[in-house]
Design a protein around this ligand. Structure first.
Ligand SMILES: Cc1cc2nc3c(=O)[nH]c(=O)nc-3n(C[C@H](O)[C@H](O)[C@H](O)COP(=O)(O)O)c2cc1C
Length: 167
């Protein structure tokens, strides 16, 4: 299922087909390894203990996290912006694929949550994942099944603001 979600990502529109995305899947007990490494890094920076607790909570709240990295090979601002947009489109493909997935055996609801939690900017997170150079972690996608009896939450949306110029 996770591989299918990631396979869908790469069909995002991508100017010049630069394929700027990289994916790092952290799952199961490896979440502890990630949280331990980032906690050690936080401690080395003198961060308050609460930061490590908060970070660990973010890592442990779902069984699988896919970190999405934008590879940055050129300083060209337009390229960086377009590649970021392509990565965001890739993430939307992941969310939609997860949303469409129905596990026929038990009809559980697969949730995929897009987050730019501050831990994506930590040097400790980059180091653990092996993200190098100018490449940047742009999001963490938390994946897991919704707990029984819990309704999926959805934010409110206003009607779209559209200017129609259509003769
Ligand atoms: C770029 C981006 C960053 C986001 N970062 C966070 C985040 O750090 N924490 C979080 O709880 N949700 C984050 N979200 C998810 C939005 O908050 C979510 O779409 C919103 O709560 C509405 O929920 P819904 O889309 O399920 O209706 C992010 C979404 C995007 C597009």
């Amino acid at each position: 299922m996770i591989a299918r979600i990631i396979d869908a990502a790469v069909w995002a529109p991508n100017h010049l087909l630069t394929e700027p995305w990289r994916f790092h899947v952290v799952a199961g007990e490896r979440r502890d390894a990630l949280a331990d490494a980032v906690a050690r890094w936080l401690e080395s920076t003198g961060a308050a203990e609460g930061a490590a607790t908060r970070m660990r909570g973010k890592v442990m709240r779902s069984p699988v996290t896919v970190f999405v990295v934008q590879a940055v090979a050129s300083p060209d601002e337009t390229r960086i912006l377009e590649d970021y947009a392509a990565c965001a489109a890739a993430i939307q493909n992941m969310l939609l694929t997860a949303h469409a997935a129905v596990d026929a055996s038990d009809a559980r609801t697969l949730i995929a949550h897009y987050s730019t939690d501050r831990m994506i900017g930590y040097a400790g997170t980059r180091e653990y994942l092996g993200v190098q150079g100018d490449d940047r972690i742009i999001a963490m996608i938390n994946l897991g099944y919704l707990r029984e009896g819990v309704e999926p939450k959805q934010g409110k949306r206003n009607p779209p603001i559209v200017q129609w110029d259509w003769a």
